[in-house]
Ligand binder design. Structure first.
Ligand SMILES: Cc1cc2nc3c(=O)[nH]c(=O)nc-3n(C[C@H](O)[C@H](O)[C@H](O)COP(=O)(O)O)c2cc1C
Length: 183
């Protein structure tokens, strides 16, 4: 089994999403699979913005297709995902390969993979909260993975900008949640 581990935070060692995604991978490695882990750091080695020429290079798509489980560290920047992560999404959502349009509507073709996403957000975006309408990170990632045939799982650390205490406890809770994923 192959785990593809992706990070996209610009915050290096201070990144919550990196800490949580790393813990998820550690938990999965604790299962007795004999997994291979492929690591892609989209902040350290960014993919270029999409161009028509970029479609000729299928290496990112091939890496995704070859993986059984994908673990993604996804911070919220300006209410959505980092552009670094969007550039990766742009390379894996490919008509005819990971989805197709049929007479009955779109059909996802990337079924069978497990995708686990570690979210880190400075604010709170729960349904009914004042900023709920600005949540375009989890909703976008759920939508795009659903579109290609995958139901992603999420672990979230929220309210990280509220206070050091809230940050500490939100990250601790999220790290604890990762145990559930490996169960
Ligand atoms: C450039 C930038 C933009 C951000 N925009 C938002 C935002 O729109 N909403 C929010 O709740 N938090 C925002 N934050 C806070 C981050 O979501 C928060 O710091 C989170 O911990 C980032 O994840 P990381 O620690 O893995 O980098 C922003 C942070 C940065 C650096």
């Amino acid at each position: 089994m192959t785990i593809l581990h992706i990070d996209s935070s610009i915050n290096g060692d201070n990144s919550a999403s990196r800490a949580i995604s790393a813990r998820i991978v550690d938990q999965l490695k604790g299962l007795d699979w004999g997994e291979e882990v492929i690591y892609r750091d989209l902040a350290a080695e960014p993919l270029a913005h999409l161009t028509l020429d970029a479609f000729a290079d299928t290496s990112v798509l091939d890496e995704f297709l070859a993986s059984d489980t994908v673990v993604i560290g996804a911070p919220m920047y300006n209410f959505t995902l980092p552009t670094q992560l969007k550039a990766w999404i742009d390379r894996i959502v490919i008509a005819g390969t990971t989805f197709r349009y049929t007479e009955n509507g779109p059909e996802g073709l990337a079924k069978g993979k497990r995708v686990i996403i570690a979210l880190a957000r400075g604010g709170i975006y729960d349904v009914g909260s004042p900023a709920a309408a600005l949540e375009h990170l989890e909703s976008y990632l759920r939508g795009v993975f659903n579109f290609i045939g995958i139901e992603p799982e999420f672990v979230a650390a929220d309210g990280l900008a509220i206070s050091p205490e809230v940050r500490e406890s939100a990250i601790a809770n999220a790290l604890g949640e990762t145990i559930r994923l490996a169960a």
